[in-house]
Design a protein around this ligand. Structure first.
Ligand SMILES: [Zn+2]
Length: 338
């Protein structure tokens, strides 16, 4: 029994290691099929950073902004990820605090890890996932009388997709089996709520896809400015799914993009075939253009990220002319890391 247990543990460790392999490892280990033999980009990311770790890292980043030793939250998370192979289930704030102290004293982060390769991998992987969510921004607040207040700031500039004041329930449903059409895994996150709930853009970007999709129903896909993230919002409301959107339009974090519904699971347009009203939203990470629509798509488990964003809810207000809740606050930013 002991022996079996040990084998199992070794096997688990090997799987964890394989899953966390940096992009520079030999192609065969990265699940390479020979098609892009020389391509050097990340092929998979398990995003298991907890909301708590994201929150602590973001706080350290924001608190040190404007000082001589500004600490980047992604560096902190990558150092922790390199130490644990991406497993944050034993995350302790004291570990993060110790890293903050070292970095604040001017230490090079690469001196703080035993596994520089893995650290580099997590810098790129976590950077692609979280890169747009924290930074400098211009915040615009619109009052109901039309006046706008504009202020500059630094901090979290992303939002929960559910507007402020709207209830939702969710659980970690990433990867569970779905059978409509063909057997496949659930590559997103469902947030159950009421029909008509204003859905806001989590992050700013461009509308890349808009319209009917037989699985997602009325859906919208928004690509981040740096091109690395593709947000997919689906099952939007029948008859009036979207706010004023068109392909190519720039939308800002906090802007109302559409309304929660139950459309989808039909090749015919505008059909409510979803039994429980909910928003399905997904985040696809793109390191190489071939990953966007190919067999090797990388979708992220959004459960912890959704929990992290639950603190950041965008207010909306009721618009008499359209009888809809519309955008009240949005973030504009121009620094677009690539
Ligand atoms: Zn879903």
């Amino acid at each position: 029994m002991k022996c079996i247990k040990r084998i199992f543990i070794t096997f688990t460790a090997a799987v964890v290691l394989l899953a966390a392999l940096p992009a520079s490892v030999p192609a065969a280990f990265a699940g390479e099929d020979g098609e892009n033999g020389d391509a050097d980009y990340i092929r998979w990311v398990d995003f298991d950073v907890t909301a708590e770790a994201m929150r602590d890292a973001a706080e350290a980043d924001i608190a040190s902004y404007g000082t001589d030793a500004h600490i980047d939250w992604i560096t902190l998370l990558a150092l922790l990820g390199a130490r644990s192979g991406g497993d944050f289930s034993h995350y302790k704030k004291s570990d993060l605090d110790a890293l903050v102290t070292e970095l604040a004293s001017g230490r090079d982060p690469r001196e703080l890890t035993k596994n520089v390769k893995l650290f580099d991998y997590y810098i790129e992987a976590y950077g692609a996932i979280l890169g747009g969510m924290l930074g400098e921004y211009i915040k615009t607040e619109k009052a109901e009388d039309g006046t706008e207040t504009v202020s500059a700031g630094y901090g979290i500039r992303a939002f929960s997709p559910f507007a402020a004041g709207y209830y939702y329930s969710d659980f970690d449903d990433f990867g569970v089996s779905r059978s409509f059409g063909y057997r496949r895994r659930h590559l997103g996150h469902d947030m159950m709520g009421s029909i008509g709930t204003p859905i806001v853009a989590v992050e700013s970007g461009y509308v890349e896809a808009l319209g009917w999709n037989m699985y997602g129903g009325w859906r919208v896909g928004i690509r981040s400015f740096d091109g690395k993230r593709y947000y997919y919002y689906a099952h939007l409301r029948k008859n009036h799914p979207y706010a004023d959107l068109y392909e190519g339009k720039t939308v800002m974090a906090g802007e109302v993009i559409g309304y929660l519904g139950m459309t989808g699971y039909s090749s015919r347009e505008n059909v409510n075939n979803i039994t429980t009203p909910h928003l399905h939203y997904g985040l696809e990470i793109i390191f190489d253009p071939s990953q966007k629509d190919g067999w090797n798509q990388i979708w992220i488990d959004m459960y912890e990220l959704t929990k992290f964003l639950s603190k950041y809810r965008a207010p909306t207000y009721y618009d008499d002319s359209t009888s809809e809740r519309i955008t009240r606050v949005y973030y504009t930013y121009t620094d677009t890391p690539d």
